[in-house]
Write a new protein. Structure first.
Length: 156
C-alpha cells in the first residue's frame, strides 16, 4: 500500500517525470552557460592577442576587423554589425541598434577605443543584452596600455 500522497493519487510517476524534466532543463542551462563562459574566455584571449600586436590608439573598426579575423582563424561562428531591431507597442523600429560582434549566437562583443569606459557604455551593452535576450557580453576598450584594464564582462 503506497504511503505518500503522490503515490496514493497515482502521481508518483508524474512527479518523477517532472523531476527528470527539470533535471534536463538544468543540464541544458548548465551546458549553455559553460558554452557562453568558454566563448568569453576565448574571445578575451583573442582580444589580448590583437592588442599585443596592434597596441592602443587605433580606431575601433581596426580592432573589430582583427578580432573577427582571430575568430575566423579559430573557427568560431560570428557576425559583424548585426542589426538589433526594437519593438515598441507594435511598432518595429528596424535597425535601431547594431551589435559590433555576435559570437555563436550567445555572446555580444562591444568594441571601444576610448580614453576610459563610462557607465553609458555599460548601459549600452546591458540594453543590447536585454533587447536580444542574451545573457553575456564583453565590453572591450582597446585604448589601454594593458588590455586587461579595459575589459568588462557583463551578464543579465
Amino acid at each position: 500500500m503506497p504511503t505518500t500522497w503522490w503515490a496514493r493519487c497515482g502521481r508518483s510517476s508524474e512527479r518523477k517525470q517532472e523531476s527528470g524534466h527539470k533535471d534536463t532543463k538544468k543540464k541544458d542551462k548548465a551546458r549553455e552557460l559553460a558554452n557562453e563562459t568558454d566563448h568569453s574566455h576565448r574571445v578575451i584571449g583573442m582580444a589580448i592577442e590583437v592588442h599585443r600586436h596592434l597596441g592602443p590608439g587605433l580606431l575601433e573598426s581596426a580592432y573589430e576587423d582583427c578580432l573577427c579575423h582571430e575568430l575566423s582563424l579559430a573557427g568560431i561562428p560570428h557576425a559583424r554589425q548585426v542589426s538589433l531591431p526594437v519593438r515598441y507597442k507594435g511598432l518595429d523600429i528596424g535597425s535601431a541598434y547594431r551589435l559590433d560582434i555576435l559570437v555563436d549566437q550567445v555572446l555580444i562583443i562591444e568594441v571601444k577605443s576610448v580614453e576610459r569606459l563610462m557607465t553609458v557604455h555599460d548601459a549600452q551593452l546591458l540594453t543590447y543584452l536585454r533587447l536580444s535576450g542574451l545573457r553575456i557580453g564583453l565590453l572591450l576598450n582597446f585604448n589601454h596600455a594593458v588590455l586587461k584594464d579595459g575589459i568588462r564582462r557583463l551578464t543579465l
